[in-house]
Design a protein around this ligand. Structure first.
Ligand SMILES: [Zn+2]
Length: 339
């Protein structure tokens, strides 16, 4: 037995007992961008027993400024974030069991992953997914930790099902929205501050120190030196569709339609097919090699550049169309090149 956790077990609220608990627990991190890589590294270094992390995207050069697990090589080879994150995390701590998935965070993908999960961490960049996480947390009685940042601003809030008001309760009452990453940019200290808030809350939950869990919504702006902590317990609604007495979990119902999504700050559209399907990337590469464009491939995705557009096809049937924010145009391109 080495002493890798000696400084953490010396910290009295954790101790040897808490360390044992941490090593027996399972955290799900939704998203492997700035917040996700930060939280994942913190938890893996802290000795979490199992980590499940999922992300739908691949590493790009513009990520390296703040997404702390990734390297230039990952960006050059367009490695999916979940794959690159797992590699690095496993180098940091070989004892943690890591389940990494290159998928979109839909209810269909997320729900089967919840078995045995003790805490869910939000590391997404959009509210649609947060509302799905919120409903799943309520339905399966798993605490989750909301986190978001933009510019030099950040916000975090811990939601205990059956106790705290959920994100749905808060939505109309507290200014959570309006944060968009494409206009304001982001500096990494804001990311790290949110990550610190989220990780310490996760650690409290993992060692079952319930009294220490933060009840308030915390927000800050590191550049303008502002900090606030808002009590929100009064906004819990009895008739909330997500956490109320007759909860219907509205964000878990999905239809079998092809879904398009304009990605945050990326001049890109994601297309997800109606039914779950798998690309055979080798076959797709052959089809596309007859077209006017350039094909690049790694074991996880295929990139096809034609004119000022680049299309990236993932094994799980999704495609990212770069160079447009027009969903109709993206759909046309998708159909043209995939038949
Ligand atoms: Zn609620």
């Amino acid at each position: 037995m080495n002493d890798r956790y000696s400084r953490q077990t010396l910290f009295q609220p954790i101790g040897e007992k808490g360390q044992k608990k941490i090593s027996s627990k399972h955290v799900l991190i939704v998203g492997a961008g700035a917040l996700g890589t930060g939280a994942a590294e913190n938890l893996v270094r802290a000795g979490i027993g199992k980590l499940t992390i999922l992300d739908r995207d691949y590493v790009e050069w513009s990520n390296l400024q703040r997404q702390q697990l990734y390297t230039e090589k990952d960006a050059d080879t367009r490695l999916p974030k979940a794959v690159a994150a797992r590699q690095r995390l496993q180098e940091v701590n070989s004892e943690t069991v890591i389940d990494a998935r290159v998928v979109d965070a839909t209810p269909l993908e997320l729900e089967p992953l919840l078995d045995g999960v003790d805490v869910i961490m939000d590391a997404t960049d959009n509210f649609d997914i947060r509302m799905i996480i919120n409903d799943l947390s309520q339905k399966h009685d798993i605490p989750w930790i909301y986190g978001a940042c933009v510019g030099s601003y950040g916000i975090s809030y811990t939601i205990l099902p059956g106790e705290s008001p959920c994100l749905h309760c808060l939505m109309d009452q507290v200014p959570l929205g309006g944060l968009t990453c494409d206009t304001a940019g982001i500096i990494s200290p804001a990311v790290q501050m949110v990550t610190a808030h989220q990780t310490v809350e996760a650690m409290k939950l993992l060692v079952e120190d319930w009294d220490a869990v933060r009840k308030k919504l915390v927000s800050f702006d590191l550049w303008t030196n502002q900090h606030s902590s808002i009590g929100v317990s009064s906004v819990k609604k009895d008739d909330c569709p997500s956490c109320g007495r007759e909860a219907s979990y509205p964000f878990l119902s999905y239809d079998q339609q092809m879904k398009t999504a304009v990605l945050c700050g990326r001049d890109s559209v994601q297309i997800r097919p109606a039914a779950k399907q798998e690309w055979d990337l080798t076959v797709l590469a052959e089809t596309l090699s007859g077209q006017d464009g350039k094909v690049d491939q790694n074991p996880y995705l295929l990139s096809f550049t034609t004119g000022d557009k680049r299309m990236v096809f993932f094994k799980d049937g999704r495609a990212l169309i770069h160079g447009t924010q027009d969903t109709a145009e993206a759909k046309t391109l998708y159909h043209r090149y995939t038949g």
